[in-house]
Design a protein. Structure first.
Length: 192
């Protein structure tokens, strides 16, 4: 019940539009810890960007879809989602159907920080554990909306993270800053 209560609190804050994102909220939502597979700075950056409206977050809801019969044309997709994708397979199946409802015609299984991607809607979906580093460096810079399906929701909520124009400006400045830091390191490295 612990995770349900925390995700419900996040849902309520996002719906009210007065969320003050904190690292602990992202840990709960993404089912990860920044000292694990991501660096703490990415959690802090994502909180900063959300709190300042540079990335927007909305809550949406997905339907629990019945398993298709074996003769149904969707059974192959269902089978791939649930058989080869681990414990989150059922959520991937629901996400696939959520994309169909939204009008996606080209959903594919994805790599690099997402489970599913559709070019027609420019959406990438990740089920279960999320990675702020992947979101900030691989998904949002392409103008893609990142939709997260967390484990442990009471009401089948998913969270859509969308970049604004300000995000692209921020990202460009960040790239330039990194480039300058790399040049400085390279210069220092080769000086006698």
């Amino acid at each position: 019940m612990f995770i349900f209560d925390h995700i419900d609190r996040i849902v309520n804050e996002v719906i009210k539009g007065n969320s003050n994102w904190e690292v602990e909220m992202l840990e709960t939502l993404f089912d990860t810890h920044p000292l694990g597979n991501d660096f703490f700075e990415y959690y802090e950056e994502l909180c900063f960007l959300l709190n300042n409206g540079i990335i927007t977050c909305e809550v949406d809801y997905y339907k629990e879809i019945e398993d298709p019969e074996k003769k149904d044309e969707m059974y192959t997709i269902y089978s791939i989602c649930t058989d080869t994708r681990g414990s989150g397979g059922t959520l991937i199946w629901y996400a696939w159907n959520w994309l169909l409802e939204k009008g996606a015609s080209d959903t594919k299984f994805a790599r690099y920080g997402a489970n599913l991607h559709t070019e027609s809607l420019n959406i990438s979906i990740k089920v279960g554990s999320g990675r702020p580093r992947r979101i900030l460096e691989d998904i949002l810079p392409n103008g893609t909306t990142y939709v997260h399906y967390p484990y442990g929701t009471n009401n089948n909520e998913c969270f859509s993270f969308k970049p604004t124009e300000a995000f692209f400006e921020w990202n460009e400045k960040k790239k330039l800053k990194r480039l300058e830091e790399m040049k400085k390191l390279a210069t220092n490295f080769f000086i006698d």
